[in-house]
Ligand binder design. Structure first.
Ligand SMILES: NC(=O)c1ccc[n+]([C@@H]2O[C@H](COP(=O)([O-])OP(=O)(O)OC[C@H]3O[C@@H](n4cnc5c(N)ncnc54)[C@H](OP(=O)(O)O)[C@@H]3O)[C@@H](O)[C@H]2O)c1
Length: 243
């Protein structure tokens, strides 16, 4: 049976991807900080739950120990945005969190699991964002974190060109998950709801999950370098159709 690790599997895109990978026959190791959520998910999908804060070296080592030498798919999904202030008013602790999670945490997990991925001729899917394409007002910290993650992906693909591992990236636009905007706005539901207001059909977590599963299940000589996925209503970051 093939094995997959999904980080940030306790909600949104990560949870949907874990469910879809399990439906494809993978044994899924679900990693996140909220252990009750991943334990319930693991029970439902016959997977494994590992409490893992990607900013903790010790937790990531425990995740690598659970993988046990061979891994077919790693979905580096844990991350998110905190705040939407202009740089002049930025909360730098929030920037620290975004960089530690999206960039350095992802690097930490990738380093720890790479030997197991090489052993299985595996594939890594990095969940970045269209925020990596260009800066937008209030996005300085988040865009920097996701652009940093993208740069790491590009470097790794070159570094590992002669090794049996695929380095792939999915770059989503607007996805209406329950928690992404809530986290960004510190739990302010009204501000979170306003992000999606009037947009007939933002992407769902499953829309992105299905694309991730497709990328991860191509034959091992096929590398999907980067997929940009947006709702039809979002032609560009600043061009969103609202009814
Ligand atoms: N929603 C969007 O519009 C959108 C668009 C483009 C890209 N993305 C990216 O897609 C990914 C998933 O986002 P989402 O919309 O599904 O948001 P979400 O529901 O808020 O999911 C974020 C996940 O990351 C986990 N996480 C956060 N910090 C972590 C840490 N230090 N260690 C381990 N896990 C951590 C959370 O789990 P715990 O809190 O349980 O640890 C949660 O499961 C993120 O990388 C996000 O930046 C989202």
């Amino acid at each position: 049976m093939k094995t997959a690790v999904v980080t940030g599997a306790s909600s949104g895109i990560g949870e949907a991807t874990a469910r879809l990978l399990a439906a494809e026959g993978f044994r899924v190791i679900c990693a996140a900080r909220r252990v009750e959520r991943i334990e319930e998910l693991a029970r439902e999908i016959d997977g494994v739950a590992i409490r893992c804060d990607v900013t903790s070296q010790q937790d990531v080592e425990a995740l690598a120990a659970a993988v046990d030498g061979s891994l077919d798919v790693l979905v580096n999904n844990a991350g998110g945005a905190v705040g939407l202030e202009p740089v002049a008013e930025a909360d730098l602790d929030a920037w620290e969190t975004m960089l530690q999670t999206n960039l350095i945490g992802t690097a930490r997990v990738t380093k720890a699991l790479l030997p197991a991925l090489l052993a299985a001729e595996g594939v890594i899917v990095f969940v970045t964002s269209v925020a990596a394409d260009a800066g937008y007002e209030g996005g300085g910290g988040y865009c920097a974190a996701k652009a940093g993650e993208r740069s790491m992906v590009e470097a790794m693909r070159l570094e590992l060109f002669d090794k049996p591992v695929r380095i792939t990236e999915i770059s989503p636009g607007m996805v209406h998950t329950e928690e992404f905007s809530l986290t960004r706005f510190g739990g302010d539901q009204a501000r979170a709801d306003a992000v999606y207001q009037g947009v007939a059909e933002p992407l769902t977590a499953s829309d992105v999950g299905e694309a991730i599963v497709w990328m991860a299940t191509r034959p091992s000589h096929v590398n999907i370098d980067r997929m940009t996925i947006r709702p039809r209503a979002q032609a560009a970051q600043h061009k969103v159709h609202r009814g």
